[in-house]
Design a protein around this ligand. Sequence first.
Ligand SMILES: [Zn+2]
Ligand SMILES: [Zn+2]
Length: 225
Amino acid sequence: MDIYPVRDAISTAYLVVSDDTAMLVDAASESITPKVLAKLDELKVKLQLIVLTHYHYDHVGAADALRKATGAPVAIHQLDADNLRRGGRLAVTPKSLRGRFLAPFVTRGDRPSVTPDLEFGDSEDLQQYGGFGHTFLTPGHTAGSQSVILPNGTIMVGDALTEAIVRPHRALPPMFADDSETSIRSVVALAEASHGDVRVAHNGRVKESTLQDLASRARQGSLRY
Ligand SMILES: [Zn+2]
Ligand SMILES: [Zn+2]
């Protein structure tokens, strides 16, 4: 199983490939469409499934174009499905200084409206949809934020964690959260699920041991925004 990060200016989508099959986790902005199609072509694999971790526009931008080009269905958790369909202006609640600084940029543009083909429950076996591993609900950043765990133990968490800008890339709680308490419970759930790489949707990966540290602070009640 190979993982190819496909980046745009702010966000990363992950193309997961095994044998002749591919699954995309998140869809960044529309600008990644040719890059994903070129990679599928180069590897001679077929895209079977597009899983969105949540509805924010920097995670869903290429979903429609890639669905049209490949026929792969677009999946999101059912609690984020209405917001995905609605599109329009994004509202976020910053939870850190960095979040407050970035909020005006994040909320500037209009989101595309995307109609999902699949609305997931809290845990889905992705094999039945042609993908790999399974999803689990990690809410807080948004109500329907979901993460993906691959058979090799890698977890893809979308924005359920933020990575520190400087090395080592420590795991931090999400910089925006609709519900802070819930997002901290999700940090613990992610640490319990994780036994490999941790991929976040912005700068790439965080150090797994730092996710465990973050979760112990959350368990002790000392993790505060
Ligand atoms: Zn987000
Ligand atoms: Zn994001």
